[in-house]
Ligand binder design. Structure first.
Ligand code: PLP
Length: 458
């Protein structure tokens, strides 16, 4: 026993002291990159880990170089941003966990300019007096949707919260049981309704809700009929739902407002058919339509509301509007994105999400072939896949795509190495192989993906 303690104490004494370590050339290099406090803390931490390790018999006390290397690794890791660039090889264009829509270059430029300096965010340059924050975005939203009035807030969930708080607080909101959906991340429509201070009245059943079900549920307290787009799932088989036009007629006859939460909300008819457009929802009689900025719109995270003046006016004045308002950087990117949407062909060419969703199989095949060619000599091949729009858009609609399937390492290990690379590459695993789907990989990212795969095997 005594002998063991002796040995341990000897190893303890052999550890270099903090002030000696700080005088080394290695520490001088670190002190050039980081503050003294950070370097001292990192070396202390390395020393304390080394001391803890001494209790495990048989482990040598690390030397100065080893301790300094540990400190340096920790400092470098702490200094790199938690938010890192990812190449999206999942085959899901609007991947919520990966930040949904990449922005068009026009939107990026507008955001950078707004971020860098001052702008007339709430200032009227003509009169030199206070201006409206949404002066740029509202007219564009009206033009693109045919709405009389429009607003923009922080995200789609905020748009619904604002709509229900402003139009139904203290009253009742009637929703079909088939539409009490969870959108993702635990966000459920019934919770938002309650949060908005309204009472939820459920009607119909999961698969069938008829107009008569809504009509029978209306009381003197009813304020809003809410339609929620089934954005991330599809009910098939024995189903029925009341059409928007029928609900609009019912709402009008009973003096209620019809709010349509479209979720994704495309602005243009063209493109991939099944997602209803905001314009069509308004034309069918919705008083207010809510949708996201970073789904099929392809812009920054935002929640957009378009509707009649009567529906929008109470929201514009609502205290939540202040709490949910957009910052200048997002507004600049949103305005630039909306501007692109004025010309459908240009929008499809310039907005990355729209470009991805309109790729031909031949284009995807060529990109996959380029990636495969860069992986010559490895166990890789092209496989046909089904990509998705994602983000609760175009559910159940498979987008034919291509992936490069890579083997040669256990799939989970290869996927981990790719995730931890710089940039990170996120793919998916199928049948024991890593699939790198090219649907959401930009042409100028192909070489980076190839390098990442080679590095992962290095
Ligand atoms: C995505 C979605 C939302 C939420 O929008 P966020 O911008 O993600 O907050 C709300 N309703 C529906 C139907 C959706 O698809």
């Amino acid at each position: 026993m005594h002998g063991l303690d002796e040995a341990r104490n000897a190893r303890f004494r052999a550890l270099p002291q903090l002030h000696r370590l700080l005088e080394t050339p290695e520490a001088a290099v670190m002190l050039g990159r980081f503050s003294r406090t950070e370097v001292v803390m990192a070396i202390r931490q390395a020393l304390s880990e080394a001391r803890a390790g001494l209790d495990d018999a048989g482990i040598d006390s690390p030397n100065a170089a080893g301790l300094l290397a540990l400190a340096e690794t920790a400092l470098t890791r702490a200094a790199c941003s938690a938010l890192r660039r990812v190449i999206n090889a999942t085959g899901i264009a609007l991947h919520t966990n990966l930040g949904r829509a990449p922005l068009a270059e026009e939107a990026v430029a507008a955001a950078v300019e707004a971020a860098r300096g001052y702008c007339n965010l709430e200032y009227d340059l003509q009169s030199g007096t206070r201006g409206a924050r949404l002066q740029g975005v509202e007219p564009l939203l009206c033009e693109l949707t045919g709405a009389a009035a429009a607003l923009a807030v922080n995200n789609g969930a905020a748009a619904i919260l604002l709509a229900l708080s402003g139009l139904a607080a203290g009253g009742e909101v009637v929703v079909s049981r088939g539409e009490l959906v969870e959108i993702g991340g635990g966000f459920r429509i019934p919770d938002v309704i309650r949060q908005g201070g309204a009472r939820l009245v459920e009607v119909g059943s999961t698969n069938k809700t008829r107009l008569a079900d809504y009509a029978a549920a209306i009381t003197g307290d009813t304020r809003v009929l809410l339609k929620v787009h089934q954005s991330n799932f599809r009910v098939v088989g024995f189903t029925a739902e009341a059409s928007l036009a029928e609900l609009a007629a019912l709402a009008r006859a009973r003096g209620l407002l019809l709010v349509d939460d479209l979720g994704s909300g495309t602005l243009t008819e063209a493109g991939r058919g099944r997602e209803p457009t905001v314009r069509a929802a308004l034309a069918e009689g919705a008083d207010l339509v809510t949708f996201s900025g970073d789904k099929l719109l392809g812009g920054p995270q935002a929640g957009l509301l378009a509707g009649t003046e009567a529906a929008v006016a109470p929201l514009r004045r609502h205290p939540l509007m202040r709490a949910l308002r957009l910052d200048k950087v997002t507004l600049a990117a949103l305005e630039a994105t909306l501007r692109l949407h004025r010309d459908h062909a240009r929008a499809t060419e310039r907005i990355p999400v729209l470009r991805m969703l309109s790729q031909t199989e031949a284009q995807l095949q060529r990109r996959a072939e380029r990636l495969l060619a860069s992986l010559a000599g490895m166990d890789a091949r092209i496989v046909p896949t089904e990509g998705e729009a994602g983000g609760g858009s175009l559910p159940g609609e498979a987008l034919p795509s291509r992936a490069v399937s890579v083997a040669g390492l256990p799939a989970a290990e290869l996927a981990r190495r790719l995730r931890e690379g710089r940039p990170a590459v996120v793919g998916r695993i199928e049948s024991g192989r890593v699939l790198l789907d090219v649907l959401a990989v930009a042409d100028d990212e192909v070489d980076e993906v190839a390098r990442a795969v080679r590095d992962a095997f290095a």
